[in-house]
Write a protein that binds this ligand. Structure first.
Ligand code: UD1
Length: 422
């Protein structure tokens, strides 16, 4: 049954919060485990519905997964893959499932995967993924809404990405891990999740060099072995809690976070007048004695400001003194939160790919709807400081990417309940 959040305004958030494993790192690593016929153990796995869908997908191909949610580990064994075709119902639930294309093709010589449809944050095509696989010798056919890729043996190739797509870099890197010869990806994505996937491939016997730079060289190996891999902390979950602390004028210590990975968010929070300090224990965000001031942001591939933090930052700017401009350059149509924030009293005008925000003294609670994961998180943050009660529907989107966001914010002093939607 669908649930909604009921959020009452709270005072400053205070306390310590441990950040979970990164959703955007564990999903490609689970896809990558299809490359090896030997058992793998993945740890620091966040308890998210997206992870559950990815495990279902691996099982639908004949793989075995055992998820110990208390320990945060998944044991995965894909020694007996029986299918190279992904079910539409599963791929429709989870766009990242398209990442199985490269590994399946490399391991079994064939992959038939539904084309991911449009989604709430733009059309999100997969042309770069497929161009890369084609350059490695795959034959690509489209029929009945599916992509079918076949190749007896993928061959290493030099691939230049028109845009440093995270997903395309991951798919090509995985396919290249078992290809014959060397693949070079130029203008590759440099996100920390790419480095995490490369580390996984390397500990499983692959040979990937240069991940984290814009040129990645992959020397194909004949086969790969089992491994144990611990997923990096989630920089977007960390950023969301940092903004929550700032917005409520709180004092919060974040642990299990990589300071380097949240640098773009830290830099912006400092510009907004919030104290952020890296300590040996974690990242300390202290905003109890400051006036929030306007700042402009422009989303960019890493190490620029992450598009996945744009919506949450906009909630902060909605209450900051002055005028801010938020420009989204990574996805078209990623301002889904704007209409709902306006219903809460924010003053925001969209002009093409920018949103112009006039900070207001008060936001007011009302009924709003989460249209996607990060837009939903932005509404939760705004509701923490809005007058009266806010009801947020569509929270399955939020549960896809944040483990019990309500309970974890409550541990810091928020007042969020869950109720069944009428
Ligand atoms: C990943 C993240 C997502 C994040 C995004 C950008 C996962 C599971 N998801 O998504 O949370 O917001 O990176 O940091 O890791 N594009 C093309 N052709 C392609 C592929 C992408 O034109 O073949 C375009 C997209 O439409 C988009 C841009 O490139 O405008 C960035 O997309 P990409 O980096 O591929 O994002 P995802 O991997 O889908």
């Amino acid at each position: 049954m669908a649930e909604k959040f009921i959020i009452h305004p709270c005072g400053p958030l205070k306390g310590e919060i441990g950040i979970g494993g990164a959703k955007n790192a564990v999903l490609p690593v689970l896809a990558g485990s299809l490359l090896t016929g030997q058992p793998c153990v993945i740890s620091n796995v966040p308890n998210l519905s997206d992870v559950e869908y990815m495990c279902e997908l691996v099982e639908s191909l004949g793989g075995f997964t055992a998820w110990n949610r208390n320990q945060g580990t998944i044991s995965i064994d894909t020694s007996r893959l029986t299918k190279c075709e992904a079910a539409y119902e599963l791929v429709g639930k989870l766009r990242a499932s398209f990442l199985i294309t490269g590994p399946l093709l490399a391991r079994l010589g064939r992959a038939r995967v539904p084309l991911p449809g449009g989604c709430a944050i733009g059309s999100r095509p997969v042309d770069l993924h497929l161009k890369g696989l084609a350059a490695m010798g795959a034959e690509i056919e489209y029929a009945h809404g599916y992509v079918e890729a076949t190749a007896q043996k993928l061959q290493g190739a030099k691939i230049y990405l028109d845009f440093p797509s995270v997903g395309a870099t991951e798919n090509i890197m995985m396919a290249a891990a078992l290809a014959q010869g060397q693949t070079i990806i130029e203008n590759a994505a440099v996100e920390p999740e790419i480095v995490d996937l490369a580390n996984f491939i390397n500990t499983a016997g692959g040979d990937v060099r240069g991940a984290g730079t814009d040129t990645i060289k992959i020397n194909g190996v004949k086969d790969m072995k089992g491994t144990h891999h611990s997923v990096i902390p989630d920089r977007i979950e960390a950023g969301t809690f940092m903004v929550a602390a700032a917005l409520t004028r709180g004092d919060v210590m974040l642990t299990n976070v990589m300071a380097d990975h949240v640098k773009p968010v830290t830099a912006k929070l400092k510009e907004v007048n919030v104290n952020v300090n890296e300590t040996p224990h974690g990242i300390h965000v202290k905003a109890d004695n400051c006036e929030l001031i306007a700042a402009d942001i422009k989303t960019l591939p890493y190490p620029g400001f992450p598009t996945d933090m744009q919506a949450q930052f906009m909630s902060l700017m909605a209450k900051a003194k002055g005028t801010s401009v938020v420009t989204e350059t990574v996805f078209e149509n990623r301002f889904m939160q704007v209409g709902e924030l306006k219903r809460m009293g924010a003053i925001i005008k969209i002009e093409s790919r920018s949103a112009i925000i006039e900070g207001v003294d008060k936001l007011t609670g009302t009924q709003v709807c989460a249209s996607d994961l990060r837009a939903g998180a932005a509404l939760v943050l705004a509701a923490l400081v809005a007058e009266d009660t806010t009801e947020i529907s569509g929270i399955t989107h939020i549960d896809r990417g944040y483990h019990l966001l309500d309970e974890r914010l409550n541990e810091l002093g928020a007042c969020i309940g869950r109720a069944i939607e009428a």
